[in-house]
Ligand binder design. Structure first.
Ligand SMILES: Nc1ncnc2c1ncn2[C@@H]1O[C@H](COP(=O)(O)OP(=O)(O)OP(=O)(O)O)[C@@H](O)[C@H]1O
Ligand SMILES: [Mg+2]
Length: 284
């Protein structure tokens, strides 16, 4: 790393020490389990029912699609983000949520030189302190960039469904990060549960494996029911919890949000989220 880049990282870490922004990642082992739906609705509830300042970042490597769900047309890709002097120009707003969409070019991050990468992270760190919560919707699976985000986050929500393949893949993701970095700040969301009981069975299986093989107490954030209304809201490009405020999914998500707010985890001292991400991206 060149000296200029090192100086920038130092500056960034110093500036962020005192901020109290919480960084939450939303990930899964298997794809298509409801991460993006959860991320968008979680952001909506935190912003509209709990009056939190929320930034939602679409960091899905392969298929960024928050903008599709929210009916937004992102102006620029990651190369433009790097060139853009003021990152605020790239933020879209909808339903009191700030959104940084179309982060999909992040797969090219390896090709981007050190200084440009540092600039990108610095731009994000420049705006982080404006928010209470920064939610990062990642791609599915065990990818170095996903690990970088999870490893640096105050808390990592792992979405799983009761399907055996989803459970196996969620376990594999948790296991990798636990074994590699000793990280254990996971919160499990069982999504698309047919019943509370099915949700608990799913959680208990993963919890037992985590206890037995990873020496870890895996926490449950909540169980979200399967709802036929989800497809309707996506087709309408409307936020589910807004148009189905009485649906069980919305009620349970409100409980998850209130739990999150009551249990906020302090950011590790002396290290900023973006500084930690940068360090792991470089290592990977
Ligand atoms: N609780 C739910 N009940 C019914 N359908 C759901 C539920 N949650 C999500 N879905 C549906 O599952 C599909 C996948 O959802 P979503 O795109 O949020 O998953 P994802 O994990 O982000 O997928 P990807 O891995 O491709 O990014 C969508 O069609 C969505 O409508
Ligand atoms: Mg998604």
């Amino acid at each position: 790393m060149n000296e200029q880049a090192k100086d920038l990282i130092k500056l960034m870490e110093k500036e962020l020490e005192s901020y109290n922004t919480k960084f939450l990642t939303i990930s899964s082992g298997k794809g298509g389990v409801g991460k993006t739906s959860f991320a968008v609705n979680f952001a909506y509830i935190l912003a509209n029912f709990f009056n939190k300042k929320v930034l939602l970042i679409d960091a899905d490597v392969g298929m960024a699609n928050i903008h599709v769900l929210l009916n937004l047309k992102p102006k620029k890709d990651i190369r433009k983000i790097i060139e853009e002097t003021d990152i605020s120009n790239l933020i879209e707003k909808k339903e009191n949520i700030d959104i940084l969409p179309g982060f999909s070019g992040i797969e090219e991050i390896r090709e981007i030189e050190d200084y440009a990468l540092t600039r990108l992270i610095q731009k994000l760190s420049d705006i982080s302190n404006r928010y209470d919560y920064i939610l990062i919707d990642t791609s599915a699976g065990i990818d170095n960039r996903v690990i970088s985000f999870i490893r640096a986050a105050s808390r990592s929500y792992i979405i799983v469904t009761p399907e055996p393949t989803s459970m196996t893949d969620a376990y594999a993701l948790i296991k990798s990060i636990r074994k590699l970095y000793g990280y254990s700040k996971f919160k499990l969301i069982v999504n698309m549960a047919e019943s509370k009981r099915e949700g608990m069975v799913t959680y208990n299986r993963l919890r037992e494996s985590a206890k037995r093989f990873l020496d870890m107490d895996l926490q449950l954030a909540g169980i979200l029911p399967k709802t036929k209304n989800m497809t309707f809201s996506i087709k309408k490009k409307e936020i589910f919890c807004k148009i189905f405020s009485k649906d069980r999914y919305t009620i349970e998500l409100k409980k998850i949000s209130s739990k999150e707010l009551g249990e906020s985890v302090p950011v590790e001292s002396g290290q900023s989220f973006w500084g930690r991400v940068l360090r792991f991206l470089r290592r990977g």
